[in-house]
Design a protein around this ligand. Sequence first.
Ligand SMILES: [Zn+2]
Ligand SMILES: [Zn+2]
Length: 235
Amino acid sequence: MKYLGKLLNLLFPSKCPVCGNKSDDHLYNPFCTKCWIGIEKYSGPACSICGIPTVSPLTITCESCLKAKPPFSKVLYYGIYDGALKEAIHLLKFNGVKRLSKPLSLMLSELPIPRADGIIPVPLHHKRLHQREFNQTASISQHLSKNLKIPLMLNVLKKTKETPPQTDVTGKERLKNLKGAFRAYGEINGMDLLLIDDVITSSATVRECAKTLIKAGAKSVTVVALARSMPKQNT
Ligand SMILES: [Zn+2]
Ligand SMILES: [Zn+2]
């Protein structure tokens, strides 16, 4: 596979979507090695629960998590939603560059993920799934499940209510819209679960998903995401 990728790249040279230089192994990853390894893991100050990155180094838990304990135990994410990482997520999500799910899932494998009984991707409503043809989060989860040897649980969480695209609404509206939008199926009683998302923006989605899973009997939910956007004023 690796050699085939190199060969194809030699025959049909393609450009890295970030710097425009030649990509090294287009079949595996359209990015050039330099841009790909330039994607940094976020290691700055962050809330110990929701992971919001603007807390000062002296604060361990952010104000919002102190006020109301979130339904998830922790949010882990690889980097800030910016630069090459943003470009990669965008290409996977909206341009259907599916081969990116493998290298992206390897990033997640580097995170300190706790032992769990199952991996659950944040679901798309079936209408949205139809439009986009595939759920990028499910595709990443599939690879992660193989990497970590934790079972993938695809039909446990479903989005039963259609909600407007996240970017069109404010944080508060988003929470209201998402209320009751998900439903859990099957037996998850007492399970420690990993909930996978691509980008955490307001955390409204993962909050609602985790709430649904806990209500259905899960013991704990740890959120694992590729990126987190830098917060403006909402959390
Ligand atoms: Zn590049
Ligand atoms: Zn927090």
